[in-house]
Ligand binder design. Structure first.
Ligand code: SAM
Length: 213
């Protein structure tokens, strides 16, 4: 997602520390304290403008959600939605999803969502893909034992790459959808990109992959 820098974004982010922690590394191992409950924590890496994670938080008040986004100009759009909704079970994190171990303790996260991650099709950019081995190492470290990644994309190349990456890592492919919107899968929550690409006729792929014990 390429957006111009938004001049007011840093000030706005600083203005809402209750939704985006100013010093996120201080919350390592304390996210349940921050949510003030012991509910499971689900994170989305590359949350974009936040439609998916905010909708999930509304549907599942018994789960705590954290939307992680690298780009300031994008996360501020998610923040705007959150300010309107005022949900107690969602937080945003303006950090690189490749450094999750700086922000979460071992086993602090119950589930990871990756939705419409940037495909980085060139081989020389492979290490930037959110399903590259080093990212999987990070997810495994912060997830509970046998934690799951729920991954959706319209990009066939990235999907095939990710299936191979999960499987080479020793993960179990729990379920695979080759055409999610034509399947009997119930309760799909659409992301911004999902709506855009499915409206253009793209097929949507989904996989749930589990780390080994
Ligand atoms: N998930 C959203 C959706 O489905 O509508 C946004 C998809 S967009 C193609 C991918 C997003 O991932 C971008 O907003 C990008 O800035 C973010 N992103 C890419 N690499 C990231 C990283 N290492 N850590 C956090 N966010 C990242």
């Amino acid at each position: 997602m390429r957006l111009r820098k938004k001049p007011g974004a840093p000030a706005k982010i600083a203005q809402y520390p209750q939704y985006i922690a100013n010093m996120p590394e201080e919350w390592v191992g304390k996210w349940h304290e921050r949510f003030n409950n012991n509910h499971p924590i689900h994170i989305e890496v590359g949350t974009g403008k936040g439609r998916f994670i905010i909708e999930m938080a509304k549907l599942h008040p018994e789960i705590n959600y954290i939307g992680i986004e690298l780009q300031e100009s994008v996360i501020v759009a998610a923040l705007d939605k959150l300010i309107e909704e005022q949900l107690p079970n969602i937080q945003l994190l303006h950090v690189n999803g490749g450094s999750l171990t700086q922000y979460f303790a071992k086993g602090e996260v119950d589930q990871v969502y990756l939705n419409f991650s940037d495909p980085w099709p060139k081989k020389r950019h492979e290490k930037r893909r959110l399903t590259y081995r080093s990212f999987l190492e990070n997810y495994e470290e912060v997830l509970v034992p046998e934690g799951e990644i729920h991954f959706k994309t319209d990009n066939q190349g990235l999907f095939e790459y990710s299936l191979a990456s999960f499987s080479q890592y020793g993960m179990i492919l729990e379920q695979v959808w080759l055409n999610l919107h034509e399947s009997d899968f119930e309760g799909n929550v659409m992301t911004e990109y999902e709506e855009k690409f499915s409206n253009r006729g793209h097929r949507i792929y989904r996989v749930v992959a589990k780390f080994p014990k």
